[in-house]
Design a protein around this ligand. Structure first.
Ligand SMILES: [Zn+2]
Length: 455
């Protein structure tokens, strides 16, 4: 019997041909953000911090990724996610269209669309899911389903009349009218306002209305378009969801972006964590026998950096780390690729000569170990530009730089800190993870995803 079963194992193909991909994008999660978040997470556990390992620090395959857009040295999220999901670099600010399309050129956009890997997966009968902490119509998730010459056309109030007349559709409408396979199966994020008419009050914030001017309630339209579609908008409803074959979920937990992880506990209606959304999404998508593709975005690392607030950026990175660990614990790495990357970097730096174990949010204090200077304290973390600029040498004597609301010093005064242009990292484990190696163009990540999903 034993020999027979061994022989059978050798000659029979594996029981399941399903191939799966879980793609994590830390928006704006440059390498300095990863290093700082790693130390932060280790120090949260009462350790020195530098030796700590994030879940994806343990992945076997790593590459550096070149993030530039075709027309920009330092890129934005629209051009970069198009590269990752469609396999072609394109211009800054456009989504799902090629580099021939100037920003806002509707006519050109209509004739130069690029299919995304989410569309290809749906066409092939796989299950697909999008999980994000931003509006579900924001650049990174929209890269999965939208084709538009302007990432800001998220609802029809943003769409110029001339573009609408030519046939360009706003991004929320493109999501609800998505015409591949049976539609994206799991959608968790924010952005209710872009789906509700401007005479309809938001369920969580009664004093806030929807943003749509065409009178359409896209949430109701999405629900009505197929059987077994369930819409949820708060923590309680989310917690009641149970994975069932053939069911589809739309969860919109805020009219705008979700809260930062630091602020999430105070949310009135409650918001699920990135880890819980990831867990439930995988439970649901796993029912598809052909396999699945899940995109999980920690979208607000980027926003906190733009505000010059490293604390919230690091906490959202730690939340991503928890979601990655959750996914790895649930999937079979023999048929599932888990890939963690960023779309672009930010200007965060880790500098000075803080002693080992110095609080990562803290100050560099004491004598310079190289004996070159003896200066008053400054923070280990800083930005090259942004709202934290101070005229002259910063006096931090009475400042608690570990306060969650503290804005790190910036060298150049700007109302909003900018992206950074150096390479980001890609970490991979599981099926075909070995394709992640060396220095890669960002659009080559599409080939990595496709090789795992459609072997
Ligand atoms: Zn950004």
């Amino acid at each position: 019997m034993r020999i027979l079963s061994i022989v059978l194992l050798l000659v029979l193909p594996p029981l399941s041909q399903a191939k799966n991909v879980v793609l994590f994008v830390g928006d704006g999660m440059g390498i300095s953000t990863i290093t700082a978040a790693r130390i932060f997470a280790g120090q949260q556990r009462g350790r020195s911090g530098e030796e700590h390992q994030l879940s994806f620090d343990k992945f076997e395959h790593v590459a550096l990724v070149k993030t530039y857009n075709t027309d920009a040295q330092v890129p934005d999220s629209a051009g970069t996610i198009t590269a990752i999901l469609s396999g072609r670099k394109t211009r800054m600010g456009v989504l799902g269209v090629n580099a021939d399309v100037p920003r806002q050129d509707c006519a050109k956009a209509l004739n130069n669309e690029l299919p995304s890997i989410v569309e290809l997966a749906e066409d092939a009968g796989l299950a697909t899911g999008l999980v994000t902490t931003t509006r579900i119509t924001h650049a990174t998730p929209a890269g999965a389903y939208a084709h538009t010459p302007d990432r800001n056309w998220e609802d029809d109030s943003e769409l110029p009349a001339a573009a609408a007349a030519l046939g360009c559709r706003d991004i929320a409408r493109q999501l609800v009218e998505f015409a591949h396979g049976n539609g994206i199966d799991v959608l968790f994020g924010g952005g209710r306002g872009n789906f509700l008419p401007d005479d309809t009050a938001d369920p969580e914030y009664g004093d806030k209305n929807g943003r749509r001017q065409d009178g359409r309630n896209l949430i109701e339209e999405w629900q009505a378009a197929a059987a077994n579609r369930h819409y949820v908008w708060n923590q309680q409803q989310f917690s009641a969801l149970r994975a069932q074959p053939g069911h589809q979920w739309l969860g919109l937990f805020e009219p705008n972006h979700l809260q930062f992880e630091f602020d999430r506990k105070q949310d009135a209606a409650g918001e699920p964590s990135l880890r819980d959304m990831t867990r439930l999404a995988i439970q649901q998508l796993k029912h598809n026998k052909k396999g699945y593709l899940l995109l999980v975005e920690a979208g607000r690392i980027d926003h906190a950096h733009h505000f010059g607030n490293a604390y919230r950026a690091l906490l959202d990175t730690v939340a991503l780390d928890a979601a990655v660990a959750q996914a790895v614990s649930m999937v079979d790495l023999r048929n599932t690729l888990v890939l963690v990357t960023a779309d672009h970097s930010h200007t965060l730096t880790i500098s000075g000569y803080p002693r080992r174990g110095n609080p990562i949010m803290g100050k560099v204090e004491g004598p310079d170990p190289l004996g070159q200077t003896e200066l008053p304290a400054y923070t280990t973390l800083g930005y090259a530009n942004g709202p934290g600029y101070k005229d002259g040498y910063p006096d931090l004597e009475d400042v608690d730089t570990t306060d969650p609301n503290y804005r790190q010093i910036a060298a150049v005064p700007l109302p909003i800190e900018t992206h950074g242009g150096e390479d980001v990292a890609a970490f991979a484990t599981g099926f075909k993870a070995e394709n992640v190696r060396g220095v890669m163009e960002q659009n080559e990540l599409f080939d990595v995803l496709a090789a795992a999903l459609f072997p």
